[in-house]
Design a protein around this ligand. Structure first.
Ligand code: UDP
Length: 377
């Protein structure tokens, strides 16, 4: 791509990151071309109606929008109606169903007790490994804050299946995403605003991109536009792919979804986790429960069993796996990316970070604003 006196900006990836950048630039009068090799917008947030049941499917796994950032919350609402949705996850351990995230109900049920908050706190403190002063790994963090019985039941098996490695080798930050509550609040997220778009994420992103200054090319790899001149490139693909993996591949996990149809209500809730290691899937998603405001047109329900595995060359990368073993490779790619002139690496894959949707939107707004500032706008 030649950064000559071109006026148009190239944006690789039509997920939230690319769409927010394109829209922010368009609103400031700057034209862009947004390319995505897939045939739809919205990246892994994409939702589409199931042809057989009409139920809205979270095609790449469940996505619940949750944020504490007022500017992100008002921004997303410009592009579609957000329906309030509180996620309440269940977890099935050895044939019993518990509530997640770990809360007083989970603790009392699991230990067959009826403890008040302070008692439960003292009870778990007695099981916690307080010799682990600064827990760095997922496992140490769990043992320090939950103790072995809860860790082994709810987290060890799930995490091994999800990440394919021992939790002792994973960073504590992954578990820090989940709260531990000593009350009966079973709201999975602690954020102020939680919602799912009425018409799906695809419709929201399509509306963001619907602007005369934005050209969208679907089914288009960024290599296909190599001969065109652009003023700048925002790249939200994976950073190692940008460099054609010339010093090696970063590690990602990918997901497979096994779809099945059932009469009536399959599991009575949107999300059931399965941490037991003798079960291959990690969780089961029943999509109709993500749209409680809709009346399904038929009596059938559609369910995804979700399986996690290492991401191969032809798979879609979902989760960046940030391991000490790959630290040098990642640091080298990041250094090259930081020094790349005329290119900004953005988003979950461009920055190799486990980003929630609101963070992706926030960072995209910042990246676009920085570019505009550089132009003196
Ligand atoms: N996790 C777990 N058991 C569960 C749910 C989550 O061990 O029942 C761990 C697992 O390692 C997972 C991490 O906590 O990757 C973060 O969970 P979250 O629900 O945020 O995962 P996501 O929905 O982003 O895949």
């Amino acid at each position: 791509m030649r950064p000559v006196a071109a006026t148009r900006v190239a944006i690789v990836g039509a997920g939230f990151t690319g769409a927010v950048i394109a829209r922010t630039l368009a609103d400031a009068g700057i034209a862009s071309v947004v390319m995505d090799e897939r045939r739809h917008v919205a990246g892994n947030c994409h939702t589409e109606r199931d042809a057989r049941t009409g139920i809205m499917l979270h095609l790449y796994g469940p996505h619940i929008f949750h944020t504490d950032l007022p500017h992100v919350w008002s921004y997303i609402q410009r592009f579609g109606e957000m329906m309030p949705f509180v996620l309440r996850v269940k977890s099935m351990v050895r044939g019993q169903v518990y509530s997640l995230p770990i809360n007083l109900h989970t603790i009392n049920q699991f230990f067959g007790r009826a403890m008040a908050p302070a008692e439960a706190m003292a009870f778990l403190a007695a099981q916690a490994r307080d010799d682990i002063e600064e827990p760095r790994s997922f496992e140490d963090y769990a043992l320090r804050h939950l103790g072995a019985p809860l860790y082994e039941a709810f987290f060890r098996g799930y995490t091994r299946k999800q990440w394919g490695i021992d939790p002792g080798a994973l960073p504590a930050a992954i578990l820090r995403r989940l709260p531990i509550r000593f009350n009966y609040d079973d709201n999975y997220f602690a954020h102020r605003w939680q919602a799912i778009p009425r018409d799906g994420y695809g419709a929201i992103v399509a509306r963001m991109l619907d602007h005369p200054k934005i050209e969208v090319r679907l089914g288009c790899r960024f290599e296909d536009a190599a001969s065109e001149a652009f003023a700048h490139l925002f790249y939200s693909g994976s950073v190692d792919r940008y460099y054609r993996y010339d010093i090696g591949r970063l590690t990602y996990r990918t997901l497979d979804f096994e779809r099945s149809y059932h009469a009536g209500d399959y599991q009575g809730t949107a999300l059931m986790n399965h941490p037991d290691e003798d079960i291959a899937h990690t969780r089961v998603t029943e999509h109709r429960h993500f749209a409680p405001w809709e009346q399904p047109p038929t009596n059938e329900t559609v369910v995804f069993h979700e399986f996690s595995r290492d991401c191969g060359p032809n798979d879609i990368p979902f989760y960046p796996v940030d391991l000490a073993a790959g630290a040098r490779l990642l640091a080298t790619y990041r250094e090259r990316a930081a020094n790349e002139r005329g290119v900004t690496f953005v988003g979950r894959l461009g920055r190799f970070a486990y980003l929630d949707m609101d963070r992706a939107i926030d960072q995209a707004m910042t990246a676009a604003a920085e570019y505009l500032r550089g132009l003196g706008r």
